[in-house]
Write a protein that binds this ligand. Structure first.
Ligand code: NAI
Length: 332
C-alpha cells in the first residue's frame, strides 16, 4: 500500500522507515505540506500521512477522495487542521496518534518555564562571551508557587504531577475533571477565572477548537495575576499574540514561553535564517528578553517519535488488512 507522507523532515523519514520495515507499506516522503493546491501529489496513494500544519480542508479532502485516497493518518494528537465533517461525508477515515509520550510535551513545558524563569537562555549567551556577571539574572523558586493547568488530559496531568514534585500548589480547570486523580495528587479544580487570578504560572494543555480559540485574549490575560508567566505548548491559536505583546509591554505578563504560535505554518520547522522575517508579530515577540520561543518541538524525543511511527504504522496495517481500528485513534 502506498502512503504519501507530507511535511516530512529527516527524523520523520528515519523513524517511519524503521517502523515500516517488512510491513509491505510503501512510504513516499514529501517535504512540502499538503493542501488543496498540491493534492494531486497523492495520486496512487491510498493513505496520506500528515502533520500539524498540513491543511486538510474540505477542498483538499474532495480532491484526495477523487484520487482514491481512503484514509488520512495524522502523525500527531491535535486534529484542528482536518475537516472531519467533510471526511465523514466523503467516506475518508481519519486516524491520529492520541497518545505517544505525554511526558515529552509536559517535560518541554517545564523546561521552557525553568529556562525562562532562571534566565538560562541569557546566561548561556553571556558566559560564552566570557561575561560572568549575574546582573539581570534573578529568577524565582517554583517551590510554593501556584501553577494553573488548563486542560487535565494526558499531557496536563503529567505537567501537574511534575509541578507538584517541585512543591507547587496546582490548580486545574477542565470541563471533564478527573476527580480521583486530582485527589491522589492534591490538585484542586477551580473555575477558569479563579485559576487565572490565583496562578503565578498558567500552562495550557487543552485542544484548539472554535470554543477555545483565543481563550487567552486581552480580557482573560488582564484577569491573570500581575507578573504571571504563561506557557503554551498546545496550539498557537489558543493565545491572542497581539494581546500578549501588549501585556508584555505593560509588564502585566512576567514571562511567556511558547512552543506554538498562531501563525506558525510556513515558519516553524523551516530554516528561514537567510530570508527577511515577514511576520511582524512574531518578530516583536522575539525581541522581549522574557519571551522564549521554540518551534513546536515539545514532541521531539526519541520515545515520542518511536511511539508516533509505531502507532501510525499499526493503524495503517489494520486498515490494509481490514482489521478493526483502535477506537480511540479514530476521528472519522
Ligand atoms: P487530551 O485530549 O488528553 O486532553 C485535553 C484536555 O483538555 C481534556 O481533558 C479536555 O477536557 C480539556 N479541555 C477541553 N476544552 C477545555 C477548556 N475550554 N478548558 C479547559 N480544558 C479543556 O489531549 P493531550 O494529549 O493532553 O494534548 C493536549 C494538547 O497538546 C493537544 O490538543 C495538542 O494541541 C497539544 N500537543 C502539542 C504538542 C507539541 O509538540 N507542542 C504535541 C502533542 C500535543
Amino acid at each position: 500500500m502506498r502512503v504519501a507522507f507530507y511535511d516530512t523532515k529527516p527524523y520523520d523519514r528515519d523513524y517511519f522507515s524503521k517502523a515500516a520495515e517488512g510491513s509491505g507499506l510503501k512510504p513516499e516522503f514529501h517535504e512540502f505540506r499538503l493542501g488543496a493546491a498540491n493534492a494531486a501529489s497523492a495520486e496512487g496513494a491510498s493513505v496520506v500521512c500528515v502533520f500539524v500544519n498540513d491543511k486538510v480542508d474540505r477542498e483538499c479532502l474532495g480532491l484526495l477522495a477523487g484520487r482514491g485516497v481512503r484514509m488520512v493518518a495524522l502523525r500527531c494528537a491535535g486534529f484542528n487542521n482536518v475537516d472531519l465533517d467533510a471526511a465523514r461525508e466523503l467516506g475518508i477515515s481519519v486516524v491520529r496518534v492520541p497518545a505517544y509520550s505525554p511526558h515529552s510535551v509536559a517535560e518541554h513545558a517545564v523546561a521552557l518555564l525553568l529556562t525562562l524563569n532562571r534566565k538560562i537562555h541569557r546566561a548561556y549567551n553571556r558566559v560564552r562571551e566570557m561575561n560572568f556577571s549575574l546582573g539581570g539574572l534573578v529568577g524565582f523558586d517554583l517551590y510554593g508557587k501556584t501553577v494553573g493547568i488548563v486542560g487535565t488530559g494526558k499531557i496536563g496531568r503529567v505537567a501537574a504531577q511534575i509541578f507538584r514534585g517541585f512543591g507547587c500548589e496546582v490548580l486545574a480547570c477542565d470541563p471533564f475533571p478527573q476527580t480521583e486523580w486530582a485527589e491522589r495528587h492534591s490538585v484542586r479544580y477551580v473555575e477558569m477565572d479563579a485559576l487565572l487570578s490565583a496562578a503565578d504560572v498558567v500552562s495550557l494543555h487543552l485542544p484548539l477548537n472554535p470554543a477555545t480559540a483565543h481563550l487567552l485574549n486581552a480580557d482573560t490575560i488582564s484577569r491573570m495575576k500581575r507578573g504571571a508567566y504563561l506557557v503554551n505548548t498546545s496550539r498557537g491559536k489558543l493565545v491572542d499574540s497581539v494581546a500578549v505583546i501588549s501585556a508584555l509591554k505593560s509588564g502585566h505578563l512576567g514571562g511567556v514561553a511558547l512552543d506554538v504560535y498562531e501563525e506558525e505554518e510556513g515558519v516553524f520547522f523551516e530554516d528561514l535564517s537567510e530570508s527577511p522575517m515577514q511576520d511582524d508579530v512574531l518578530s516583536r515577540l522575539l525581541t522581549f528578553p522574557n519571551v522564549l520561543v521554540t518551534s513546536h518541538q515539545a514532541f521531539l524525543t526519541e520515545e515520542a517519535l518511536t511511539a508516533i511511527a509505531e502507532t501510525t504504522v499499526d493503524s495503517l496495517l489494520r486498515f490494509l488488512e481490514g482489521r478493526e481500528a483502535v477506537p480511540e485513534r479514530v476521528l472519522a
